[in-house]
Design a protein around this ligand. Sequence first.
Ligand code: AMP
Ligand code: GLY
Length: 432
Amino acid sequence: MGLRILVIGAGGREHAVAHALTKSPRVEEVYCAPGNPGMIRDGIHVVDLAQSNHAALVSFAQNNRIDWVFVGPEVPLMEGIVDVFEEAGIKAFGPNKAAAEIEGSKDFAKRLMARHNIPTADYRTFVTEEAAKDYVLRHGAPIVIKADGLAAGKGVTVAMDIETAMKALDEIFIGNRFGKAGEKVVIEDFLQGQEFSLMSFVRGTEVWPMPIAQDHKRAYDNDEGPNTGGMGAYSPVPQISDATVTEALETIVKPTAQAMVDEGTPFTGVLYAGLIATEEGPKVIEFNARLGDPETQVVLPRLTSDFAVAITTLLEGGTPEFTWNTEGATLGVVLAAQGYPEHVVTGAPIPQIPDSNDIHTYYAGVAGSDQEEKDEKDKAGTGLVASSGRVLLVEATQPTLQKAQDAVYSLLEDIDTTGMFYRHDIGAKALR
Ligand code: AMP
Ligand code: GLY
């Protein structure tokens, strides 16, 4: 009998995960909760259950003979959804609550790295504004201010001058901008170099790395504007050498997996290392306890082995096989709602986007347009409107990055993107 798999989450990352799973001949059905209506066109079943409604998700899995669950986003991981599934006797791929702390608290991650000599920026943690400001004044700029907890990629200020750093601290401590996530603040040294994302499948001390990708965190062209969840990505990243990737695996990823085991919080799932290639070698900017978004949408299309079989094998304790397309390149550009990330304007109609073998659209912030809006807003006839910041991502797979970039942008130029925007320079750092 075929595999029946439940993916938790609603974004482009979960669309890419579910899409990769549906390609397996071993898979019977893929469900996604809560999913989004853009996934339906790929044969993914959307289940109207919130990602934090653990009890309902467990019942769904039991009633629908789900073989295992893939948890996409950080929030349910940190709430302990993997522990809940396991208590119910259902296998779930992702770290348990204790291990997810590596993303849930920057202070936890920094202390772990310090104890195990894992290269990262020097840092201090503060709980009062006075002490934090005093440190910033003594340290000087540039300096990086980070809210301790989860802030959807928006909790970091890279301050090139003291004034910006002070303003960020005011927002955290006085403006209470990040609520509980900002009760502690990590202040760290500014690192210089190219960023890259190295994601690995991890089970305890065992690590199976994926090809690297580069995200584009700033909202606008030329890395201007506010930090976002990510505006586009590509893979491979030719300006990062294989030697740097190997060094990152040996000095960062494997020691981190080992450290989690040694400290009694073994990690199973995807460990995402956000890295910067400094003159002294790769250093950690952040760890995430899950796949990256939008990195997943450009990395999973490079997988040539059977994703569903690999995760099944991994969960059963066997040795999974992951093989990757080392010839081609992938590039993806996010279409975001106007105003993202600060003042998102929803409701833009989603145009028809042609799919082919080498171009795929992964949907994220889309909703079905309701009946009253239909005539007015749904001129495009897709039945979908933008419902949150990152709306969708168009991904192309081509023999070269240049061709992949050309393919995505020529498609985007041909469609009506009114009410949305995108960056025009995804991949530029690799192509100049
Ligand atoms: P994070 O949410 O921790 O990934 O940080 C968001 C972005 O801020 C990163 O992608 C980097 O561009 C930047 N950043 C974070 N930490 C540092 C650092 N120590 N030095 C320079 N840039 C940083
Ligand atoms: N693209 C960055 C992240 O997923 O956190």
